[in-house]
Design a protein around this ligand. Sequence first.
Ligand code: PLP
Length: 396
Amino acid sequence: MNPHIEQLHSYPFEKLALLKAGITPPAHLPHIALSIGEPKHEPPAFALEAIANNLELLRQYPVTSGTEELRQACAQWCEQRFDLPNNSVKIANVLSVNGTREALFAFAQAVVDNTQESPVIISPNPFYQIYEGAALLAGAEPYYLNCREESGYLPNLDEVPEEIWLRCQLLYLCTPGNPTGAIAPLDYLVKLIELSDRYNFVIASDECYSEIYFDDKPAGVLQACASMGRMDFKNCVIFQSLSKRSNLPGLRSGFVAGDAAIIAKFLKYRTYHGCAMPMVAQKASAMAWQDESHVEQNRDAYRQKFSQVLPLLQTAYDVQMPDAAFFFWLKTPIDDQEFAKRLFAEQNVTVLPGSYLARESNGVNPGANYVRIAMVADLDECVEAAQRLVNFAKTL
Ligand SMILES: Cc1ncc(COP(=O)(O)O)c(C=O)c1O
């Protein structure tokens, strides 16, 4: 077997299940799960209808690249969303993928060149664990770049040693970030692209939370490219998804867009990988990317939840409004694992210990003493959970 499989860490939710094992929470309080980032708002009805009305498409083998209709819809969405010139994103710049998770993983397998000595993949820390698994299975060394409060919860690019930049082949960025919600501003993205030019690495920008924001629209890497006049998007690829934007996590629908030369090679890889999106999903996805009204409603629902829950939590905790995404990244007054364990035992509320989402780097685990709280349940449940968190704080 591939020895790299042994290097894979268990997933945060497996660690969480172990932490909770054997605990019986109070029976009079219904369980509230704030640990999993699975959207619970309504998906757009027209997308569900499109699936029901197009089941005949299951008779066809799907197109790996995505249909022209879908790629065109994604390209136009990119242009409108990121204020790009008309026709600057062509279908050759776009590839449909079965959600960003598989694409983020597969991308490293396609990008990493193992004929070069000791390839490195840079990842934010804390991070979405797929980046790490992708690096390990590609035979690269993950380099964890801490996202701490002092650097606005963004990976501090100035902390990367020269010898790491020299070996770096791929850098994952997550903006808005999971779990911190931090948005990388345009000047940060420009600086990153300049570094990619200097050291010749590929930027994989996971922007799957870009549509869940509260005030300013998050910028994206394609936008940063345009601001620099590099309309070939050289070495830059973004990852987008309908899971959070359109509350369709089960559709497994996303796309990647950017440097056409990289997209062409990635398509070749994917043809062999055999991961084409079913045609019925492609049909519904094309429609979803062409509609913004359901996305605006979705944002409003999150705004309403955060505006009610934040003041409650702030009566008891050190917690701020995130820039974007749907998580609170809450500082725990005690060890984060102990906090999550006792919160479950005493209040029947599940949150995710921050240390499970990060690795120790430069002597610290930047997720330690934080928990991630996903605001995906409905408003009443989130408010009830916040109330229980406040009650819990009184016992600490
Ligand atoms: C940061 C981040 N990237 C990617 C994904 C994968 O999403 P999907 O595969 O549903 O597009 C998630 C899901 O939770 C995530 O949090």
